[in-house]
Design a binder for this molecule. Structure first.
Ligand code: HEM
Length: 211
């Protein structure tokens, strides 16, 4: 039988995930505070960009993991994980706006338009905003379940845009190893949904429309 935590156990799991997800942030604060970074701007931008991508992938992994394991409670972690993707994206963007452009929004927008890899990252970030804003129970109620679900399908666009942004950034150095790895991870996570959705339409056993 699939593991199903009691409400108390689930609260403990949620607290652990909450704290674990903050570790990269505290590690970054520690490195900055103790002056251990040679190129802090570059390190912080890359580190927060990487964690945005990791949390996007972890959030996208919840549904396939739930399906494969039968652990339906995993869905209860998904909102928090998605909000962490937004949290790291916000840090990533703020680092760029602050250190690269000293909060000169017009200069920043010029840079966004001029450099295609930043254009793509910016679009991904802008698309993440409505997902974060509508993540509360009140917003789910206000939008209605169907519309809310449709809106949150934007993550299927955001993750590939994140990969394209990463790919483009690394193209200048012809260093494609990590973008290829994460591109494959996103492909599998999204491909599994397409496969299950198709199986659902053709009524294959084990199919589930809630992908
Ligand atoms: C969902 C949104 C985003 C994701 C997933 C993302 C992800 C990433 C990743 C994975 C990296 C490379 C990290 C590494 O080299 O290990 C990166 C670099 C970078 N990102 Fe983003 N990013 C996003 C949004 C943005 C936005 C909105 C901006 C600015 C407007 C931005 C600006 C940059 C810059 C400037 C770098 C390169 C820094 C350098 O050359 O060292 N990104 N991003």
């Amino acid at each position: 039988m699939a593991f199903a935590p009691t409400p108390r156990q689930l609260a403990v799991i949620k607290s652990c995930v909450f704290l674990l997800a903050l570790l990269p942030f505290f590690a970054l604060v520690y490195l900055v505070a103790t002056d251990q970074l040679v190129e802090p701007l570059q390190y912080i931008t890359r580190n927060t960009g990487s964690w945005t991508l990791y949390f996007l992938c972890i959030t996208l992994a919840v549904t396939p993991l739930r399906r494969l394991s039968g652990w339906n409670w995993l869905l209860k972690l998904r909102r928090m994980l998605g909000l962490y993707a937004f949290f790291y994206a916000l840090l990533h963007f703020t680092t760029f706006l602050w250190f690269d452009h000293f909060f000169e929004v017009q200069e920043m927008l010029k840079d966004v338009v001029k450099r295609p890899f930043i254009t793509v990252g910016f679009i991904a970030f802008v698309l993440l905003v409505p997902l974060a804003v509508t993540s509360t129970n009140g917003m789910v109620r206000r939008l209605g379940g169907k519309r809310w679900q449709l809106l949150h399908k934007l993550v299927y666009v955001i993750a590939p845009l994140g990969i394209l942004h990463f790919w483009w950034m690394r193209a200048g150095k012809s260093d494609f190893n990590k973008p290829i790895l994460f591109g494959l991870i996103v492909l599998v996570l999204l491909g599994a949904r397409v496969w299950w959705a198709r199986a659902g339409k053709t009524g294959k056993p084990g199919s589930d429309p809630r992908v």
